[in-house]
Design a protein around this ligand. Sequence first.
Ligand code: UN1
Length: 478
Amino acid sequence: MSVVVHSLIGGAWVTGSEGTLTDTNPARPDEVVATGGRAGASEMATGVRIARIAANDWARLPMSERGAYLTRAAEIIETNADAWGEELTREEGKTLAEGIGEVRRAAQILRYYGNAADRESGTVYSSPRSGEQILVTRKPLGVVGVVTPFNFPIAIPAWKIAPALVYGNTVVWKPAAAVPLLAFRLAQALTEAGLPDGVLNMILADSAAGEALVDHPDLDAVTFTGSTGVGRRIAGSAAARGVPAQAEMGGKNAAIVLADADLELAVEQVMLGAFRSTGQKCTATSRLVLHESIAEEFLARLTVEVEELRVGDPLDPDVTTGPVVSAYAQQTIIEGIDRAVGGGARVVASAEAPESGHYVRPTVLELSASTELWFEELFGPVLAVQRAATTADAFRLANEGEFGLSAALFTQDLTSALAGIDDLDVGILHVNSESAGADPHVPFGGAKKSGYGPKEQGDAAREFFTHTTTVYLRGGRA
Ligand code: UN1
């Protein structure tokens, strides 16, 4: 039951002109989940032109009316959560519970931005002159290019597109080539919600056409989530044209378990952080720093849990861990594990995985020094461990490397928690919970080289998707 998907350009469903797109199931690579036409650079240019035409009327609608489209789309998404969640699982590979959960999360994100008009949308300052007030009002940027990754096929698009739209921008969106079906579903939901033609243009294309989009001279801003290399290139291209860019890139997120931690809780949360979604989250736990006094016991408990992981078809409700997204990802991750083992890493634990399908054995590796696996993001179910003699040492190990997206600190001691808040150089810190997860109303994004430009979500999204006009307002001669 393969679905035919289309791009959305100017309110019309369009079959891309650059050949065929085939969306397969990473658990069963010969199963086709969706097919359609692949678009190219010329469709990107058309999308930008149409988004520009639509921008003026859209920006002039009251924010509450723009938000109402998002709220209606949220209802449509929620109604279809089970069916679309299953489709998500079939094209991306996360478990069915996570697939359905992600679709619901997208609805929640749309609902949050749907209510943006109920929240503060500018600031009033007092003036040093009588008879005057100073207002800071917010205005849309114009046309925004949106480029999204495979690993959250509907939630990440929702958290970029919803704020872009509600703050009055029009959008040209290139979803990841691996997940066209959920992109089509989100575009369908917004279209069925009555979104005016041309406000959202969703173009199914490969990365070459994506480059044509992000380099397009008529975009007013670009927002991207994905690999570090691509993010930096997009940021450079946007900077050269003088337009803002937001890039959410790599992570190598540490869980730090201190001597006094609740080990049962920490093991449970590290398992979730490292292996849910098969480790394919930029916020996944890929490093583990253990205080040496609890390291043996922690690894023994962790090993029991890892060996109980059930890797297989993510539609099977007993399965805990699905495939990775592609044969290429599978090969890259396995090579990363092999290189670490070749370099002396000790295999602490691993789980069985099926032969056919893009599976990787979930693996925990202990390193004796900060070697490649401590720094390189593999984006799979691989956890690198080191031990630390002191809390300060643990924080130092966690801070190594160029990334600083999220961390999880396990301690019951308030002094240590406060020290972690001060010393851990990350954009998101979880104290006694796993490193992944994000609520729509609070800032999301990384420190160091994990993020470029303003953060996402909540008020941070408003910062990125608007510019301000400072108004010195007087009634006339004072
Ligand atoms: C989450 O942790 O639930 O690409 C969200 C990613 C992140 C989103 C993580 N931008 O994995």
